[in-house]
Ligand binder design. Sequence first.
Ligand code: ADP
Ligand code: MG
Length: 323
Amino acid sequence: EEVINKIAAGEVINRPSAVVKELVENSIDAESDKIEIRVKNGGKDLIQIIDNGQGMSKEDAKLALQRHATSKIKEANDLFSIRSLGFRGEALPSIAAISRMEIKTRTEDKLGGTLLKIVGGKLQKAKDVGCPVGTNIVVRDLFFNTPVRYKYLKTTSTEMSKISDIINRLALAYPEISFKLSHNQRKLLESPGNGNRLDGILSIYSKEVAKNMIKVEHEDKYMKVNGYVAKPNINRASRKHQSFFINRRYIKSRILSEAVSEAYHTLLGKNRYPIVILTIKLNPILVDVNVHPTKMEVNFSREKEIFTVVRDGVKKALDKSDL
Ligand code: ADP
Ligand code: MG
């Protein structure tokens, strides 16, 4: 069991940003509207996620540390049920297996909460504590018992920029959640969480960028595209500033980037890319989506339809605005 956890962990939890992504996604799933992420030394020393979500009972928290213990029902409308098969109910035990973890959690219907301490996957302590409703997870000394993995970590600033990147994108996708990120006690981001997408964009980019974003709203028979794209004068030298979300999960997709490029067509010079934040809603029954858990790279069936709806949505937005 312990060995399996370590192997599973190595495959998907390959760096601090993967820990952050999994834990923050859990906080989002628990319906938090405030999520604070504290990081020390690029996540190598400490990652702490504090949310105000549903929390867990003592029994559920203990259960969550076992493999494949997921409270999330695999419904047909869970787009990522395929991904889920790969990694459902594995994040928490995987991370616990390769770190020193502390979980403090409380549900609304209880006056007190639970504290669990786990070292290298072994539960060392479980006791009652006073704590606010929600979940507070501390992950210390990541990879302390998998030295090979530790050796492959990049510099603190590289690891930290990967973490920032993920939180920035999540803040863009979930404007109704307030995200706060700090590194070595220095605040890097605080998104307002007021539901306004442009305010979210403003907390990450400059005023200049926020001022020059165009709203995208488009749908066809199968799917809906919403979000913002930048006017052609606001562009970047890479696709790093293009974020796509399918049914609110961040994904990477070359196809969708290409759809955007095609919509801009002659509006942009060679190797220039607009800032893009697009959310695609679709009925998961219609597409077969396959996500590689670490790469977040998606394979679709019906690629062509998705390509078309994104291209047309962006085109329509560009046509309507005065550039
Ligand atoms: P999954 O998210 O696929 O269910 P995880 O290993 O990431 O698997 O989490 C296991 C379970 O632990 C979740 O299904 C959920 O019930 C519980 N859990 C994890 N993190 C939180 C959190 N921040 N708030 C409430 N429950 C949580
Ligand atoms: Mg999870």
